[in-house]
Design a protein around this ligand. Structure first.
Ligand SMILES: NC(=O)c1ccc[n+]([C@@H]2O[C@H](COP(=O)([O-])OP(=O)(O)OC[C@H]3O[C@@H](n4cnc5c(N)ncnc54)[C@H](OP(=O)(O)O)[C@@H]3O)[C@@H](O)[C@H]2O)c1
Length: 317
């Protein structure tokens, strides 16, 4: 009956673990980094079984799967850092998890895919996620793929990174890429709810489910909402992508916890909206808005936390 969560100390992963435990489910949490695990999961004590595992270690994954009936696979990288590549982690890592799951008789598989992922995408990140999903779909597993837009919540990287950048840029702030890129920010709690409701729901088997919040927002609107919470008035000026290439490249090469990268800058060209929102249309959930009380967590980014994150890449939330 054990549910294996891969990437269990990650943002979606630890929230999924918590919700599963609330529901009384037996959970095995697969992690790599014990320091981050202590920060994110230690309060759960012996309610969760922690195992170490790396998606590149095909042999090791056999042990991780012992007694597992369901896998929730959240491991992926959005930035290529520390020698890890999209190809190795997002694509080959998913192949390794699917193969290990099939070999040990797992039946149910929930794959954290990504809105916009597509094996034919010109963007390497989206392509790696799309190819991974094609492998999942070709397996014998009873799979469901979640395709969320950008996910917000206390431990997110995307919205917190903007809030952190605002902490260190008084007065002026760039509307990144001109500010026109579109998103449909979705709460991590809604994403996790979709995951847990799907577990035993065969109506979700062999389906890719788009997950989005209640509003489509431009990056300009998102930046302005964040500034209202964390930074007070700013003068926003349009900064086209080409203008940001050099500063972003320098940040990427010098800051271990860079808030932006060239590959993520590229993705601004792809609308991150969810025309068929399964949260509303299938699960009948009223999704949380990226507004008001739901985004007060952004205030937790003071200057010292921001600098620690940028210069050391430690888990600060
Ligand atoms: N966050 C979003 O806005 C968003 C939107 C749409 C879809 N998604 C998808 O949701 C999933 C989870 O995203 P997230 O935001 O929760 O990411 P995250 O916080 O970065 O978590 C990813 C997890 O993967 C682990 N990991 C990385 N490389 C690994 C490896 N080689 N072997 C084993 N574990 C490894 C990380 O552990 P370490 O700390 O040890 O590296 C971390 O626990 C991803 O598939 C992502 O594509 C996320």
């Amino acid at each position: 009956m054990t549910i294996l969560v891969t990437g269990a100390n990650g943002y979606v992963g630890n929230n999924a673990v918590r919700r599963l435990i609330e529901l009384g489910k037996p959970v095995r949490a697969m992690v790599r980094n014990m320091e981050k695990t202590r920060k994110r999961l230690s309060d759960l004590g012996n309610k969760v079984e922690i195992v170490t595992g790396d998606v590149s270690d095909r042999e090791g994954l056999k042990n991780v799967m012992n007694g597992v009936t369901t896998v929730i696979h959240t491991v992926a990288i959005a930035l290529e850092q520390g020698g890890q590549t999209y190809e190795e982690v997002n694509f080959q890592g998913t192949i390794n998890i699917v193969d290990a799951a099939e070999a040990s008789g797992v039946r149910r598989f929930i794959h954290m895919s990504q809105n916009g992922s597509n094996s034919q995408s010109p963007y390497r990140f989206l392509k790696s996620k799309g190819r991974a999903q094609e492998y999942v779909a070709a397996s014998k597993l009873a799979w469901t793929a979640m395709r969320p837009s950008a996910i917000f919540g206390p431990q997110d990287e995307f919205f917190n990174s903007l809030a952190r950048l605002m902490q260190v840029t008084p007065l002026l702030f760039p509307m990144i890429g001109g500010g026109k890129a579109q998103f449909q920010p979705v709460s991590v709690y809604d994403v996790v709810e979709a995951i847990v409701r799907s577990l035993d729901d065969d109506g979700t088997f062999h389906k890719e489910l788009g997950l989005g919040g209640p509003e489509v927002l431009t990056l300009e609107e998102i930046e302005k909402r964040i500034s209202e919470v964390v930074a007070g008035p700013r003068v926003f000026f349009p900064a086209p992508t080409w203008l940001l290439r050099v500063p972003v490249f320098i940040m990427e090469k010098t800051l271990p916890g860079t808030p932006v990268s060239s590959s993520l800058l590229d993705l601004l060209a792809v609308p991150n909206t969810v025309p068929d929102n399964a949260l509303v249309n299938y699960f009948k959930i009223e999704p949380c808005a990226f507004a008001g009380e739901n985004i007060q967590y952004l205030k937790n980014n003071d200057v010292s936390t921001t600098l620690r994150k940028f210069f050391t890449n430690t888990t600060v939330n």
